[in-house]
Design a protein. Structure first.
Length: 392
């Protein structure tokens, strides 16, 4: 395999992985559009039939705390890739310009469509870390990652040791008295502001796991071993094997503790919930090397498969996919339009998310990837952040 083919394979693996993560985003977000932030992706007590319970398991064990991990990690990798073509003295200005535009896009998305938007949080993270993290030494990066991971697990263990053993649950209201999706679209904007600030922007910025994964992506993107692994993926690598074993344990723990109270529309406290959060935190980190290896293997073995091509197309157009999903879910669930908010079962929500993703993905693949042009929002982002446009 020549150098260009190997580079194309690596890009295909990353794009396909990002495409899979965007499928998970669709599944997780659709549940919040249907029930609001108070239930979101976890509502085992609303899954009253066998199909609904199967859908709940797929959503929780297939996508929750996996997709957001991948996107944060790939954001860090992307920072390294973007910086390679720039002189060192240009990196700070280029990243600041590009991610200030993304911040504006995220705020618009959060206030008009989806208060759980994460684009704004990603942009803030890059504006805070970008100019430093890309230039940090590997040792300094590892120290920062280790500190964030220890803090995250330390807080989880602290709650496990201080929360009472007996499970106690109480029904709580949503994060706003009336959710943005429960009223008509225009009136819902005032609720969207608080939900965007607390459940979207601030909630994500206070998540130490996301910061750690972004820095982990930067560290891996600068390591030759990472790119070699993408070129020759193997599940026999010690790190991948260990991650696979831990993922099996954490997923099993999620399943057991989730059904025991972790997947509930009520607010529950107790040792089982502490174990549930510990399992989630573990899954957040160990799912990344496993899924990375899986999609690198698929890119190597099945680069021409239709599913891989579609995932790759979505991975090249995540902004367009993200906005497209939000528009579709707004039309389906908002009371200003079809008004299905709170009326769809867990299987129906999963089916809506997958169908929406599939239709948008096929459209992106056929209209843009095959023609070799950027999808609309990617083009808009590039245009707004272009130094030549600003200079003009």
């Amino acid at each position: 395999m020549n150098h260009q083919a190997a580079a194309d394979q690596r890009v295909l693996a990353i794009d396909a992985l990002r495409g899979y993560a965007m499928l998970g985003v669709a599944v997780v977000n659709a549940h919040a559009f249907n029930h609001g932030f108070n239930t979101g992706n976890y509502a085992w007590d609303l899954a009253l039939t066998l199909p609904d319970r199967a859908a709940e398991l797929i959503s929780n064990l297939g996508f929750a705390h996996r997709s957001i991990s991948l996107l944060a990690f790939l954001l860090g990798v992307g920072l390294v890739v973007q910086s390679r073509s720039l002189e060192r003295n240009q990196v700070s200005a280029a990243l600041s310009r590009r991610y200030l535009v993304l911040l504006a896009i995220g705020v618009v998305h959060g206030l008009l469509l989806w208060p759980g938007d994460i684009l704004a949080a990603y942009a803030v993270m890059v504006l805070v870390l970008g100019r430093f993290a890309v230039a940090w030494s590997p040792g300094r990066l590892k120290s920062a990652i280790g500190a964030l991971v220890l803090f995250s697990f330390g807080m989880t263990l602290y709650w496990a040791l201080t929360i009472p053993y007996v499970l106690q649950c109480q029904v709580t209201a949503s994060s706003a008295e009336v959710s943005f999706a429960q009223s008509n679209w225009l009136a819902g904007r005032r609720y969207a502001v608080s939900e965007f600030l607390w459940s979207g922007l601030i909630g994500q910025l206070l998540n130490a796991n996301i910061w750690a994964l972004v820095l982990l992506g930067v560290w891996c993107g600068r390591a030759q071993a990472f790119w070699q692994h993408l070129r020759n993926p193997s599940f026999r690598q010690p790190l991948v094997l260990a991650s696979l074993a831990l993922l099996a344990v954490s997923t099993t723990a999620e399943w057991l503790t989730g059904r025991a109270g972790g997947w509930s529309t009520s607010s529950c406290f107790g040792s089982v919930i502490s174990l549930f959060h510990l399992a989630e935190t573990t899954t957040t980190f160990v799912s990344v090397p496993v899924l990375l290896t899986l999609f690198a293997w698929l890119a190597q073995r099945r680069p021409g498969a239709p599913a891989v091509k579609v995932l790759e197309a979505v991975g090249r157009a995540p902004l367009t996919m993200f906005f497209g999903q939000s528009v579709a879910f707004t039309l389906v669930f908002s009371h200003a339009f079809m008004g299905l908010h709170g009326q769809v079962g867990r299987l129906g929500v999963l089916a809506t998310a997958v169908l929406t993703y599939a239709l948008l993905a096929v459209w992106i693949e056929r209209r843009y990837r095959r023609r070799g042009v950027s999808a609309p929002l990617e083009r808009l982002w590039r245009w707004f952040s272009s130094p030549h446009r600003q200079a003009g």
